[in-house]
Write a protein that binds this ligand. Structure first.
Ligand code: FES
Length: 140
């Protein structure tokens, strides 16, 4: 975990802080209307759309971007799972989806309760929609 201390304009969005001030460009902006979820980061472990939060709201909180999933030597199991199951779509929304999936599995490692139904994971991931930048793979 890296700690950052920055002076920011009160109206700066968290998404812009992450991308522009910190250079963590894995967080994407797909709509700016809080519809697509491409900008999802974890805020104290919970998924939030960083395009709808001010950067100052993150003061004193832990924000995890997709760059924070992998260690220097290996991918996070979520990233491995997306890779193994070809869950990458066109790639634009994938970082946000991985972070939402991580939050879901951190809270409940077996969200289907052994029933194997995708319905149990569909609702928690429903904050992700096609963005205008989507390449139209129709996987999400
Ligand atoms: Fe934030 Fe689409 S860019 S929800």
């Amino acid at each position: 975990m890296e700690e950052h201390t920055l002076d920011v304009e009160p109206r700066l969005l968290l998404a812009h802080l992450v991308r522009q001030a910190l250079g963590l460009t894995g967080t994407h902006l797909g709509c700016d209307t809080t519809n697509c979820g491409a900008c999802t980061v974890l805020f104290d472990g919970s998924p939030v759309k960083s395009c709808t939060m001010f950067a100052v709201q993150a003061d004193g909180h832990e924000v995890t971007t997709v760059e924070g999933l992998a260690s220097a030597s290996e991918l996070d199991p979520i990233q491995e799972g997306f890779k193994d199951e070809h869950g990458l779509q066109c790639g634009f929304c994938t970082p946000g989806m991985m972070l939402s999936a991580k939050a879901l599995l951190d809270e409940n490692p077996d969200p289907t309760g052994g029933r194997g139904s995708v319905g149990f994971v569909r609702q928690p991931l429903s904050m992700h929609r096609l963005s205008e930048h989507c390449q139209g793979c129709t996987s999400c």
